[in-house]
Design a protein around this ligand. Structure first.
Ligand SMILES: [Zn+2]
Length: 237
């Protein structure tokens, strides 16, 4: 199936990232009165170079970009990272957090792989999530946190332990690659909301706007797409 048809089949609300950048900027400006020159963007997406290859964050950013995410887009920098991000927001500016997992789309293999620049063959995407899915197919136990520190693989074990709680639903799904990505989105959204509620009162900027979605990586040379799921403000009590 053509890659565009795969995207519209699995992500009917996705659009090329350039169009989505404009839509998000309009929402920030009109729905949340964000000064587009004075917001700091917290990028909480996967660290994969492919996520940044079309510079969606750079096109969206106002005052700069602060990296908040780790493997698979989970908020690996934790409270310390969020507090530091909040402290760097311009005076009378706004904190905007872009988050969500990514997924490759391939005419050869469907969802979960992509052909990267300089590669003859396709590789997994998101490599972190597909690695966890492969592990789920071999064992019903995630690695322990103790083993993680010994193996110098802390982030992947952290993500693995979150997702293994949903192992049964993922493996029973008609499309486990899509399912693990959808669950990763929900978990990351919940954790980021929790972190913002825990740290947001100390942010310089108000309000704080969260922009979440699933980033779809296409083959090298084609624009990536973004399925915008949420654009909302976290109430701070
Ligand atoms: Zn990834």
């Amino acid at each position: 199936m053509l890659w565009k048809n795969l995207i519209t089949q699995h992500f009917p609300d996705a659009w090329p990232s350039g169009q989505i950048v404009e839509e998000i900027q309009q929402k920030l400006k009109h729905d949340y009165q964000v000064d587009l020159q004075h917001f700091l963007l917290g990028d909480c997406r996967c660290i994969d170079d492919l996520v940044r290859s079309d510079q969606m964050a750079e096109r969206l950013a106002g005052a700069g970009i602060f990296s908040l995410g780790g493997l698979a887009g989970f908020p690996a920098t934790g409270k310390t990272g969020f507090l530091s991000f909040g402290d760097h927001v311009p005076d009378r500016g706004t904190a905007v957090i872009l988050y969500g997992p990514h997924i490759g789309v391939s005419e050869l293999n469907g969802l979960g792989t992509v052909r990267r620049f300089g590669h003859l063959n396709e590789t997994t995407c998101c490599g972190s999530l597909i690695g966890i899915l492969n592990r789920m197919q071999q064992t019903d136990q995630p690695r322990s946190t103790g083993k993680a520190s010994q193996s110098f693989d802390m982030q992947q074990v952290f993500v693995e332990r979150q997702l293994f709680k949903h192992r049964s639903a993922i493996l029973k799904s008609a499309n486990p690659v899509l399912e693990i990505t959808e669950i990763a989105y929900k978990l990351a959204r919940r954790q980021i909301s929790h972190l913002v509620k825990a740290t947001g009162k100390q942010f310089r900027g108000k309000p704080i706007v969260l922009v979440g979605g699933i980033y779809v990586n296409t083959k090298f040379g084609e624009e990536d797409w973004f399925d915008l799921r949420h654009c909302d403000q976290i109430p701070l009590r």
